[in-house]
Design a protein around this ligand. Structure first.
Ligand code: ASP
Length: 464
């Protein structure tokens, strides 16, 4: 067989012999003839099977060919007659008259129709995710996801940001969630935790003098899966030195407006100048801190951003103490620093959230970069000095080596793609998501582990 042509490229090759490779999307029989709609990454192509035109092996194969068979087909590209042109198909002006067919792999009958999986129950879709991902909607979603990632990378690189990876095996950093634990085989009784975000590392990169960092980072949070959450999800994470909150907000604003215009040109923005509302006003006027500012909530192409600023630093933790609303590395609003000594719960944070169609999609803050202030905030949060030293001694010490003023922000990457794709949940824009109760149905995770591996990890399981 000759080199492979993509379906999309057959359009300009009328009269030529080509070989295409892909899957049978549908088969239609018309007396002695059969039509195959073949599918590859580039789209669909109609193939005509005429027994008199086919090689011997193709004739033998022809009766058995069914949906999802993987085939290589060599034939002649021919123009369709004016009445046969299909305007709904990118390759609708041509078809392939098959000469030879090579069976690359037969297929069992899929457990569900792949053309439109929106009505199929999710357990089946996730168990056979590799089939579910063959549907045009899922391909489109993954293409959009790739385009969003590519756009953000290019944009930030042009702005002088450096892409830096940070560890996934690390030590806890508080972002308000429970952390996944990873037992250490080499250090008996010790554990790594998976990061809830790269928060401390990105701040340490600022201490190191890297000035502008970003990463498309995987984050892990071991929570009861309320609503549309995943135990692992993706953030577009960034941090900058020598910036004010205005600088961070202006950058994100430009990035998001350009993103929407570039990757989803069919969308329209309600505001090009993004409105700003204080946390207090948002709660008073809308009763929540992520107001949906769209003019017409039924319009799938409307995108409305708004900033929410001036969150409180602290909130009650329900157990008589206080906890950080954003995270404990957030600096107080410059006007409220003195309140930390008098009425800390009145202090506002120097934090900002960007809301998109009623979803909080970016959240960040200007950070504390002075050791004493950071220590004070930990103390206000009820940590004892030994605890502070054990958990954050490295960060406090780093601040003593000329840590620059810095701030940053992170985006819920899956959510941005979900909104741009008009999907109802983030599972639709993640290649291999977990179920609502955190199971991976395809791989069968989590699963039990053989005794030998548990022994190596110094783990014994408590039987109930
Ligand atoms: N690390 C924070 C988060 O995950 C974001 C930030 O402050 O940059 O919410």
């Amino acid at each position: 067989m000759e080199t492979r042509s993509m379906h999309r490229d057959t359009v300009g090759r009328v009269g030529e012999q080509v070989t295409v490779k892909g899957w049978v999307n549908t088969r239609r029989d018309m007396g002695k003839l059969a039509f195959l709609d073949m599918r590859d990454r580039s789209g669909l192509l109609q193939v005509v099977l005429v027994p008199a035109e086919l090689s011997e092996r193709a004739n033998e194969l022809m009766p058995s060919i069914r949906s999802e068979y993987c085939l290589a087909i060599t034939g002649i590209v021919q123009a369709r007659g004016p009445k046969q042109v299909n305007p709904n198909l990118e390759t609708g002006t041509v078809e392939l008259l098959a000469k030879d067919i090579e069976l690359l792999n037969p297929a069992k009958t899929p457990p569900f129709e792949l053309a439109d999986t929106s009505g199929i129950n999710e357990e089946s879709r996730l168990t056979y995710r590799y089939l579910d991902l063959r549907s045009p909607r899922m391909v489109k979603n993954l293409e959009l996801r790739g385009a969003v990632a590519g756009f953000m990378r290019d944009y930030l690189r042009k702005e002088g940001f450096l892409e830096i990876e940070t560890p996934n095996l690390t030590k806890g950093t508080p972002e308000g969630s429970r952390e996944f634990l990873v037992p250490s085989r080499l250090h008996e009784g010790n554990f790594y935790v998976l990061p809830q975000s790269p928060q401390q590392f990105k701040q340490l990169l600022m201490v190191a003098g890297l000035e502008k960092y970003f990463q498309i980072a995987r984050c892990f949070r071991d929570e009861d899966q309320r609503g549309d959450r995943q135990p692992e999800f993706t953030q577009l994470d960034m941090e900058m030195s020598f910036v004010t909150r205005e600088d961070v907000m202006a950058l994100v604003e430009r990035l998001m407006v350009e993103l929407v215009k570039t990757v989803t040109p069919e969308k329209h923005l309600t505001f090009t100048q993004i409105p700003r509302i204080s946390y207090a006003d948002a709660m008073n006027q809308y009763g929540n801190d992520k107001p949906d500012m769209r003019k017409d909530k039924n319009d799938p192409s409307e995108v409305a951003f708004c900033w929410v600023v001036d969150f409180p630093m602290f909130e009650n933790d329900g157990e008589g103490g206080i906890q950080a609303v954003h995270h404990p590395f957030t600096s107080p609003h410059p006007e409220d620093v003195a309140l930390l000594d008098t009425e800390p719960t009145k202090a506002r944070a120097n934090a900002y959230d960007l809301v998109m169609n009623g979803y909080e999609i970016w959240g960040g803050s200007i950070r504390i970069h002075a050791r004493d202030l950071q220590q004070k905030v930990f103390q206000l949060l009820g940590l004892k000095d030994e605890q502070i030293q054990a958990r954050f001694g490295h960060l406090l010490e780093a601040f003593e080596y000329g840590a620059p003023p810095h701030g940053g922000i992170a985006a819920g990457f899956d959510r941005i793609v979900m909104i741009l794709a008009n999907e109802p949940n983030i599972r639709e824009v993640i290649a291999f998501p977990k179920t609502g109760d955190a199971r991976d149905l395809l791989m069968g995770a989590p699963s039990d582990i053989e005794q030998k591996r548990l022994d190596e990890a110094h783990i014994s399981i408590k039987k109930k």
